[in-house]
Every structure is written in C-alpha cells, then in structure tokens.
Design a protein around this ligand. Structure first.
Ligand code: FES
Length: 143
C-alpha cells in the first residue's frame, strides 16, 4: 500500500466509523459553525477541566472531508491542554497551505491532499475553526 492509498483508507475509516460523533451531556463549551460556501454545519462540545480538554464530541452534517477531519481532530485533542489544542488547529490549517507542521498531526496528515483543492480547504478546516472559536471564548477559569 502506498502513502496515497494509506491516506485514502484513513479518511474512509473516519467516515465510516467517526470518533466522538456525539453530544456531550454537560459540556463546558459548545460552538456551532457554518461553512458559508456550502451551508454545512458542525456543532462542537468540549469538556474543559484544569486547562485540559478532557472530552469532546461533534455533531452536524457535512461532506466526507469535513466529517473525517472533525473525527480526526477530536481524537487528536483529547487529553491535550487548551494551548496544545489551539496549536494543533493553527498548525493543521497552515499545513493545508503547504507549511510543514512542527507538531504531531496524527491521522490529520491524511488530509494533506486537500491542499491541492482550495475549495475543499474550508471543509477540512471547519471543525478546527469551531475548535479555535470555542477555546478562544473559553472562560479564564477553564484554563
Ligand atoms: Fe460542505 Fe464540505 S461541502 S463542508
């Protein structure tokens, strides 16, 4: 299996078995975000405790890229500090414009091919934009 095939398999796997696709019962922070180019939406629930993301869930409807990216992102940030989660979102977005990431992106690396399709970059970054919005708005007491 070459790298392209591996990446395709990874994206397919997250589509077929999305991780953390659920609402949290009592989230610390909830953010909804719309992709204005297509009207698809995502809702992200975060549980924050002592400056860490202790749980995360997402719901919404979108294309396979947006949903796979959300699934990968939720896996990558669980247990991370708020700053680390923000760093991941920022570096992933830069990665999609061709900048190598200094932080481990995990399965998100499988989305690197999206960088060749500028119209799909908004799909791949929808969940990450929601994450940034949620964390930037989080209360100082959550940090
Ligand atoms: Fe709507 Fe991708 S086409 S999020």
């Amino acid at each position: 299996m070459n790298l392209d095939e591996l990446y395709r398999e990874t994206i397919l796997d997250h589509n077929q078995t999305p991780r953390n696709r659920r609402e949290l019962e009592n989230p610390t922070k909830t953010v909804g975000l719309l992709n204005p180019t297509c009207g698809d939406q995502i809702k992200l629930d975060l549980q924050l405790d002592h400056g860490k993301v202790t749980d995360v869930g997402f719901t919404g409807d979108g294309c396979s890229i947006s949903m796979a990216s959300a699934s990968m992102m939720t896996e990558a940030i669980k247990g991370k500090s708020i700053e680390e989660a923000l760093d991941l979102a920022r570096h992933f977005k830069a990665f999609l414009t061709g900048t190598p990431s200094p932080v481990e992106l995990g399965d998100l690396e499988a989305l690197q091919g999206v960088s060749q399709f500028p119209s799909r970059v908004k799909c791949a970054t929808l969940a990450h934009n929601a994450l940034e919005k949620a964390l930037m708005e989080s209360e100082p007491t959550d940090r």
